[in-house]
Design a protein around this ligand. Sequence first.
Ligand SMILES: NC(=O)c1ccc[n+]([C@@H]2O[C@H](COP(=O)([O-])OP(=O)(O)OC[C@H]3O[C@@H](n4cnc5c(N)ncnc54)[C@H](O)[C@@H]3O)[C@@H](O)[C@H]2O)c1
Length: 252
Amino acid sequence: MTKLTDKVAIVTGAGSGMGKAIAIAYANAGAKVVLADVNEQTLAEVEQEITGNGGQVLSCVTDISKEKDIDNLIKATTDKFGSLNILVNNAGIMDSFQVVGNVSNEQWNKVMAIDLEGPFKTARAAIKVMEKQDNGGVIINNASVGGLFGGRGGAVYTIAKHGLVGLTKNIAATYGRFGKIRANAIAPGGVKTNISSTIKQPDPLGGQAVQAAGQPPLGEPEQIAALALFLAGDEASFLNGDIVKADGGWTV
Ligand SMILES: NC(=O)c1ccc[n+]([C@@H]2O[C@H](COP(=O)([O-])OP(=O)(O)OC[C@H]3O[C@@H](n4cnc5c(N)ncnc54)[C@H](O)[C@@H]3O)[C@@H](O)[C@H]2O)c1
């Protein structure tokens, strides 16, 4: 079983779904976990669950679409724990399957800000800390099969998640190959979480495309957390720039 003893890990979107499961798995593996989420209440609940099991945790209310919140998150992490070893860019929202012709500027800006720009800026800030550390760091981006295929979400979600895959590969090709910061991504299929609450009135054409992909087998957040734990640990030291699909065979 992977151990993360004394590693410091930030998990964004830690208040729910996969982020919550990843934070708990990391804490159980011995990491000091920084929980970042825009939802203060769920953050407090996850904090209580982890501390109740003897884990070390810091909660940081963070809207990853705001750069000042990201700066505050990184500073709070290093102030409290002195280092940053693992970043899991997990927070994300869906669009409502809008096709290109129906995407409003408002929707574009919102989904891109949370699903791509936020992870980019968080990675940028984390790398500045990690590259000064002897033991570097690990970045894990929670993408989606929507980052690998064209019709697993609306246009903006698809574009943002493809961008997140590109961010992962670029970090891997530079800091991973020639430095000490590995980056990998997870591309989940269908997982039982609260993300469908971010889908409002689905677009008919976009919805048709998503439906044509067929009903995905539904995974548990803990199944993704097990993968995120492996990717964070030393056992995965030769994995760099991989996009690990975890979809129960949906896209096979
Ligand atoms: N559930 C799935 O089927 C599925 C499939 C593929 C990929 N994903 C990806 O997995 C990731 C986690 O989603 P989930 O399914 O666990 O959903 P979820 O809705 O259960 O959890 C997402 C968390 O992110 C938080 N969040 C939303 N906007 C935020 C912001 N601006 N700043 C900080 N936190 C914010 C939410 O408050 C929530 O706690 C997302 O990036 C999502 O795109 C999900």
